[in-house]
Design a protein around this ligand. Sequence first.
Ligand code: MN
Length: 409
Amino acid sequence: MVEGGISGRLPAGIQIWDETMRDGEQTPGVAFTPEEKLEIATLMDEMGVPIMDAGIPVVSKEEARGVRLVANAGLKATIVAAARAVRKDVDAVLDAGADEISIFIACSDLHLTHKLRMTRAQVLEASVRQVEYAKDHGVPVSFVTEDTFRADLEYVVELYNACIEAGAVRVVFCDTVGVATPSAVAWFFERVLPRLRPAELSFHGHNDLGLAVANSLAALEAGILVPHVCVNGLGERSGNASLEELVLALETLYGYDTGIDVSRMYDLARLVERLSGVPIGVHKPVVGYNAFSHESGIHADGVLKHTATYEPIQPEAIGRERQFIFGKHTGSMAVSDRLRKRGVAATPEQVSLLVQLIKELAESKPKEEQQAFVELFREREERRRGVADQEFWMLARKAGLPVPPELGI
Ligand code: MN
């Protein structure tokens, strides 16, 4: 923790809103069963994650069953379910028995013109109507717009105020395509928040340019209380702000108590890795394979003398262990340490000979195995995602469509 912290920059009462079961499930190729959603939700609930979106019940019967299963599991967390600003979507959420509904619609002229083919007035009208409808059925409403950060500021203020007036208790601002920067986020909220009616404020950031966590921190510094996150940074395209990165940044860099039990963070990451079928990236901060691995002699020497020299977070704090990797950059400290831990005595000359042998072996190792691993991974990744090309055309035939003969299916 930074001495004294900079937590004074943050509002009190930040609440993490997890999106793993909704936006996270929209990661290409990912589908959770209802029972898997419950397993993820239960672990997050035990860790103290206070708000979770369980899904979009109108998507399918199985999806509705998943939302119902999580909503009725007696968890401490608030279970949200999502709906477009369309009556049948809202009805599906009401049926599923979620604690809260998140009603979403697009906001930027780009989305209105080319996707929704609706005018600003029509979007406002549909939003207000569905917010009122849900509220009249006794469910707290979060109002969400897609692509808020590329929308006209005057329209954002008008639309959000209309929905707050209609009964939304919380409003969510989304950087849907990850095009904001921390200073753009600050600029946006400086202009919008003073003109907004009272409501709880939330931010949803995407990671297309690797800025989701930084943008979320900027949103929190601007007074936003509820950041959206996904475990392992799952989500559409390059994903959402990662739960583990944002929570650890708040806890470690700001000295802010998020109320989340970080000691099970790695368990959560591994659970979601297994159930989503999306491997955690080797370089992924906090939960990636390399996050607490050291090879270079200078770094291993530092870490062995004091872990804080090259580790911003103690791996034990999140249920992990540090690793020393032996290779081309190995130094004598890590080698001595490994020998000592096994009770092997060695003179400095013997250690230095061993270091030399390790370097030589590492530098002479053939690359074939590493390259084969990369090839295998890429090939399997193609086959793993969703319905494969061959399966697509077999289903097309089942649907009575002609399959182009050149596909050989
Ligand atoms: Mn999203």
